[in-house]
Design a protein around this ligand. Structure first.
Ligand code: HEM
Length: 649
């Protein structure tokens, strides 16, 4: 053996490259690379010569592999956003295509057909497809969970997580959204403004979805103040309602949760050793992860004790712990799995909801007519100033419809990736307009992606799919499977109602109080704004559009004096004849009063303005008219003193 080896070295010395001074290791690497190229070429020739029922589409890389994800789509490359950029063209002839990468990745089917979707999404034992393991790995960082599990493990997780998504949670989501909206008006200082310029609506919508998951999912006592820009946070540290530091002086768990959320994508993609580099942002993220891990372990222990003591909290975490305790040992999840499920709700629900809500606001900015129609429904259900109640939710179908249509136009859950676990078949419908179907053999290991953009723009399911038309959802039951952007079948989105309840309540409040206008560039039309902003799609965990600004004039501001939107004087032919009499009188008096005097409440010792408002303005008297009981105010003369200076003159 040894002898033979030295003879081989002697022979190698005869190779011209070695004589030219090229190192043996370089030769080995080049040879391996050459062999790899040859292997790739052979497999490509094999794929090219194999007849396939589906048309082949050649591209340098499979779009969601590492090199593919580095590129945006161009005429030659199908990059990470190819399903958005080419959604008109890819499926114009065939609803399913075979994407064959020339340089990197394996061939895979991409389909815009929901019937194929139903066959691959159901999961075992109903189908021979599971979530492609590579696409799923990122979600298991915190423990096995309902999104990543398959078969019996999935059923075990579903038994525990499913019960959390019930009426108590949805009611909590509704009430928290209302609370968060009110708090937002105050902290963002919108309350006393006639027009609000929002530099990026996403900063509002992502905050909302984070706070809702944080309070209703985790059971944290979060407030609007928590999720704020760091510099602003520093200025606010003296405020009473700033989240407290942890007892041990370390990072508060809420802040750790926020940092973990912000760095989730990073965490999914970088190797372990990188975490230990001395980069401040990475260090902070590592500290946050460790803090949260310990905190969640403590929380599981604490919640178990609370549940045992009969605690009735309705957040998802508490309900899950309770459902788990009620299970037989066979189905019970361990602590790590409970934590895994809580985190997966955060990742599944935060960006998807934040993005879809922002997109809905964007469509409202372009479509005045639809906005008007929706506001009319909100006014007729809620009136001008009543707080929305959860019982209003079913009546606000037009509000739900603008959200559903936004999730259709830009589906946050954009690609559902599955893999065949065995040789199997698919029933493939004939092209649109032709009856019947074909049975197609699918070999074990084949990857199939249900392209949600393709589905949502497929004319088989939607008339004029390019049009934003919420009326297609009017009157539809809230759980209808026609709404497929949340997926369909047993593995469809568990948080669909959570997201819809949150968004409906928020939009009802926002649109009742404010008109939504786009911030146009000089000479830009609304249509051009729509084409620029709403087509500039970004592909991340969720499909979304980049941050965009909107202007929110108050609904009452700039309204024609006789607008029927003001319904407190009644509407129609028998509406108040004296409305203008009263309005002229009040306008003149208030203009004079407020020009000359600042109006202040007379507070009781230790009373805040909010408490004063709750005490005085809620103390309603019912007589011929509804009014509030008499109350004192203090009038402080304004500077400069307009009235006296005018009189003096
Ligand atoms: C606009 C908002 C949302 C959209 C568009 C959306 C979309 C989706 C889609 C398409 C899936 C299927 C994924 C797949 O099969 O690969 C899914 C699954 C899931 N979603 Fe959502 N989602 C949203 C909000 C939420 C929220 C707020 C939560 C939780 C609070 C949530 C929890 C889940 C869970 C747990 C699953 C996995 C269900 C299972 O595998 O059994 N989602 N979602």
């Amino acid at each position: 053996m040894f002898f033979g080896g030295s003879a081989m070295v002697e022979n190698l010395r005869g190779i011209p490259w070695l004589q030219a001074g090229v190192k043996p290791v370089t030769i080995v690497l080049v040879t391996l690379w050459g062999l790899n190229v040859l292997r790739r070429l052979f497999s490509l020739v094999k794929v090219a010569r194999t007849t396939s029922y589906f048309p082949k589409l050649y591209t340098p890389f499979q779009p969601f592999t590492l090199p593919g994800a580095l590129f945006t789509t161009s005429s030659r490359i199908a990059g990470r956003d190819w399903h958005w950029v080419r959604h008109f063209r890819t499926y114009s002839q065939n609803e399913t295509v075979n994407v064959v990468p020339l340089l990197f990745g394996a061939s895979a089917l991409w389909t815009s057909n929901l019937d194929i979707g139903r066959q691959i999404l159901a999961g075992p034992p109903r189908s021979s497809f599971i979530k492609a393991p590579w696409s799923n790995r990122a979600f298991t960082t915190w423990g096995m969970n309902i999104v990543s599990a398959e078969e019996t493990t999935w059923r075990k997780h579903r038994r525990v997580v499913g019960p959390a998504f019930g009426p108590d949670l949805y009611k909590l989501v509704w009430n928290k959204t209302l609370e968060v909206y009110r708090h937002m008006l105050e902290i963002e200082e919108w309350k006393d403004k006639n027009v609000v310029d929002v530099p990026a609506i996403q900063r509002i919508t992502y905050k909302l979805s984070f706070l809702l998951i944080s309070t209703c999912g985790f059971g944290f006592p979060s407030t609007w103040l928590l999720y704020i820009h760091r510099d602003f946070a520093r200025r606010l540290t003296q405020r009473k309602d700033t989240p407290p530091r942890a007892v041990d002086g370390g990072m508060p768990a809420q802040e750790a949760l926020k940092i973990v959320t912000e760095t989730a994508l990073l965490a999914m993609n970088i190797p372990q050793w990188l975490w230990h580099l001395p980069i401040p942002r990475l260090r902070e993220a590592r500290v946050a992860r460790e803090r949260l891990r310990t905190f969640m372990q403590e929380q599981v222990v604490e919640r178990k004790a609370l549940v045992a003591a009969g605690d009735k909290r309705a957040d998802a975490f508490t309900i899950m712990v309770k459902a788990n305790e009620d299970e037989s040992t066979k189905y019970r999840l361990d602590d790590q799995e409970l934590i895994g499920n809580i985190f997966v709700l955060l990742f599944a629900g935060h960006e998807t909801t934040g993005s879809s809500l922002a997109v809905t606001v964007g469509y409202m900015a372009i479509h005045d007519d639809i906005q008007e129609e929706v506001v009319e429904q909100i006014m007729s259900v809620l009136g001008p100033d009543r707080d929305p109640d959860f019982s209003d939710y079913p009546k606000l179908d037009k509000v739900r419809a603008i959200f559903y249509e936004a999730t259709r136009m830009i589906p946050a859950g954009h690609a559902l990736i599955r893999q065949a676990t065995e040789d199997t078949v698919l029933t493939v419908q004939n092209p649109m307009g032709e009856e019947g179907s074909q049975t197609i053999h699918i070999p074990k290991g084949t990857e199939i992606t249900l392209d949600m953009v393709g589905v949502q723009y497929n004319p088989r399911y939607f008339e004029d799919p390019e049009m934003y038309n919420p009326s297609r959802w009017y009157g539809l039951p809230a759980d209808s499977e026609k709404i497929s952007a949340f997926s369909v079948g047993p593995r469809a989105c568990l948080g669909r109602k959570f997201a819809t309840v949150e968004v409906t309540c928020f939009l009802a409040l926002l649109l009742r109080d404010w008109q939504v206008l786009p911030v146009l560039r000089v000479g830009e039309t609304k249509d051009a704004w729509g084409a620029r902003v709403m087509n500039d799609v970004l592909v991340g965990i969720a499909l979304t559009v980049p941050d965009f600004p909107v202007k929110l004039p108050s609904q009452w501001y700039g309204l024609p004096a006789d607008s029927e939107k003001i319904s407190a004087f009644s509407v129609g032919p028998r509406a108040c004849l004296g409305r203008k009499f009263a309005t002229v009188e009040a306008t003149c008096f208030l203009a004079l009063l407020l020009r000359d005097w600042q109006v202040l409440p007379v507070l009781r010792a230790g009373e805040t303005k909010e408490a004063w408002g709750a005490r005085v303005m809620n103390d309603v008297l019912v007589g011929i008219a509804l009014s509030v009981a008499e109350f004192p105010v203090k009038l402080v003369r304004r500077r400069p003193v307009y009235l006296s200076s005018r009189l003096d003159a």
